[in-house]
Write a protein that binds this ligand. Sequence first.
Ligand code: DUC
Ligand code: ZN
Ligand code: ZN
Length: 478
Amino acid sequence: MATTLITGGTVVSATGRANADVLVDGERIVAVLEPGSELLGTDLKSGVDTVIDATGKYVIPGGIDAHTHMELPFGGTAAIDTFETGTRAAAHGGTTSIVDFAVQRYGERVQDGLDAWHAKAAGECAIDYGFHQIVGGVDADAIEAMKTLPDQGVTSFKLFMAYPGVFYSDDAQVLKAMQVSRDTGMLTMMHAENGPAIDVLAEQLIEEGKTDPYFHGIARAWQMEEEATHRAIMLANLTGAPLYVVHVSAKQAVEQLAWARDKGQNVFGETCPQYLYLSLEEQLGASSDEWGAFEGAKWVCSTPLRSREEGHQDAMWQALRTNDLQMVSTDHCPFCMKDQKELGLGDFRKIPNGIGSIEHRMDLMYQGVVTGEITLERWVELTSTTPARMFGMYGQKGVIQPGADADIVVYDPNGHTSIGLDKTHHMAMDHSAWEGYEIDGHVDTVLSRGKVIVDDNAYLGAKGDGRFIKRGLSQYLV
Ligand code: DUC
Ligand code: ZN
Ligand code: ZN
């Protein structure tokens, strides 16, 4: 088995930082040592196969993006990243594990949906991957099938209070599914927006001739998110299900989560880079020669971008500091402008919802360290350690310690990353939602289970390096 020593760096964990060398043997970390340590009288540097000099750099556990949608069928098309392209882009950005969503829709069998996702991912991935299960049709058959998922390493399922006729569950279905969550320990993940009410508002806007992408965010008003978040919390309270609310963007939804958590309820929430940096005002102002005001379609996602003036972005950063939100995932759901987003020209309801960010999450979140929004340790916690704990991977993933998988990123705080289609862009879509972002910091070297898969922007891995992660139950369950 090949051995690697990462030497001279600052090892950062969720709880602190230390100057230390990291010794890797094969796929695992075997020791975290004082800098320059000898082992049994042997100078380690000369005894290992590979030495990675991390002097002046951070050595962190590989990023875990717990919310991605490779190839998600949506709005008459499908997310453009395959498991191959999406996970390779993730690797370039310092993410070494993803948890993607297998899909079951009304009338389909849950097991078929999961099997289909295994078939899409097997042999394709650059990094390790696990699955959550979308249950878009909660019926008696689905309820029985859900109970078999934990034994298959799928320990969380997502329900939608939005998208009537597509993925939507009504309150009765949510209640029944949450009872499974309570009985099995599976985490209920919730897309919390009042879909039926949003659809009425959207229809009225279209009738008034308000068809531009900006009106997507007007229809999906924050009240729709606050209300659904509260309803999800109360249904979870009643059933005793652990609840994880995905892609939180409204400050009022955070208040609901904080309220429930302060009462002791087992409720969690994530936000995404788009809700920390982008805003409805920018979407309103978006315009290009090619697309005019339809340029804003590149930022159509759900939940939508929120008003900066109303303070939603500041509230998200604050919640990340106060632990009212515990994680940052991307909700990576990329669509091209050409042939995909443009399906919604003249009717924002037909724009496929989603933004692609899998490549940039670690960098974008590191900017929060640079600007003083979060600490270095919190960066690691939000992007790696908590995702591992939340989704039953901790120990194997999310930490640099003996016995853990050697998923390691060497991050250079003095490096620089320019984001843009012609610069850093390995995702499959034809534009970047983050065009022009300049990052203080750079992903230098990425190891996935001991193998260097990215070094100095060069991809050294291979399709099929990534393995399925059979997850355990959330380590936040009490
Ligand atoms: N939100 C998105 O932006 N895309 C896919 C599904 C979702 O909930
Ligand atoms: Zn969602
Ligand atoms: Zn999603």
